[in-house]
Design a protein around this ligand. Structure first.
Ligand SMILES: O=C(O)CCC(=O)C(=O)O
Length: 214
C-alpha cells in the first residue's frame, strides 16, 4: 500500500485525495499503529522522551506518528500561523529525514524565538488567511535571515516547538521523505490522534507509560 502511494507521488507529484493534499501521508496521523511498530518504539525512545520533557518542563504524551513524502509541486504556501490552533500550548514535533534534504528539498524551517515563550512571541505578522502567513506577509515582521532552514543528510533529526512560525515541504527538486512524532501535554487542546492496535510488549519505564496513557 505504502509503496503504491510512493510510486504515485513520485509520478504525479501530489495526492489530492489526502486530507493534506500537499503531501503524501505514508503513515497517516489517523492510521492505527501496531503496538510493536518500529516507529512507535522510536517515538517512545527514553532518551528522546527525556529531551522533549526537558524542553516542555513536564513528561510528554505521544500525540501522533506520521510519515510523509513531499515531491515537487506538492508544497503548501507560507508559514503555519501561531493562532492556527496548534495541538497544544506546548507542542514539540520531531522530524527525522529519511533522505538527504538540502535547500531544494523543502527543509523544515522555523523562525527562532517566535513560539509563545520565545523572545519574539509578541511579534505577530498580519495575515489574510486564517491559518497561514504568506512569505510576503511574514517578511514585514521577520526578515528572511531570521529563517533557519534545517537541511541535513538522511538520518538528521530535528526537534522543534511548532507553536512558533514554521514551514517546510516546498520541494523544488527530488523529494523529501521523513517520519514525524508529535508530543503534547497529557491534556492537549486538540484530541489525540494516536491509536494503537494491541499493547506494546516491550515498554515499561514510567516515562514511556506516561507517553501512552489515556
Ligand atoms: O513539512 C514541514 O516541514 C513542516 C510541517 C508542519 O508545518 C507541521 O508539522 O506543523
Amino acid at each position: 500500500m505504502a509503496s503504491k502511494k510512493v510510486q504515485n507521488a513520485l509520478t504525479n507529484g501530489r495526492n489530492s485525495g489526502e486530507h493534506k493534499g500537499y503531501l503524501i501521508q505514508i503513515v497517516n496521523f489517523n492510521d492505527p499503529i501496531d503496538a510493536d511498530h518500529p516507529l512507535l518504539r522510536l517515538a517512545l525512545d527514553e532518551r528522546l522522551l527525556n529531551m522533549v520533557a526537558a524542553y516542555m518542563g513536564m513528561w510528554p504524551q505521544l500525540h501522533a506518528i506520521g510519515s510523509w513524502l513531499n515531491s515537487p509541486g506538492s508544497g503548501r504556501q507560507g508559514f503555519s500561523a501561531v493562532a492556527s490552533r496548534p495541538e497544544d500550548l506546548k507542542t514539540v514535533k520531531v522530524f527525522i529525514y529519511l533522505n538527504d534534504v538540502g535547500t531544494k528539498q523543502g527543509p523544515f524551517s522555523f523562525i527562532g524565538g517566535s513560539h509563545p515563550l520565545g523572545a519574539d512571541c509578541e511579534q505577530l505578522p498580519e495575515h489574510k488567511h486564517p491559518r497561514r502567513v504568506l512569505d510576503h506577509e511574514m517578511i514585514k515582521t521577520f526578515p528572511e535571515e531570521r529563517l533557519t532552514r534545517c537541511t541535513g543528510p538522511a538520518g538528521t533529526m530535528i526537534m522543534a516547538d511548532t507553536v512558533g512560525y514554521h514551514c517546510g515541504g516546498q520541494v523544488q527538486e527530488g523529494h523529501r521523505l521523513l517520519v514525524t512524532f508529535t508530543y503534547t501535554s497529557d491534556s492537549p487542546q486538540e484530541k489525540r490522534k494516536l491509536t494503537l492496535t494491541g499493547q506494546p510488549t516491550w515498554r515499561g519505564s514510567p516515562i514511556q507509560d506516561f507517553a501512552l496513557k489515556n
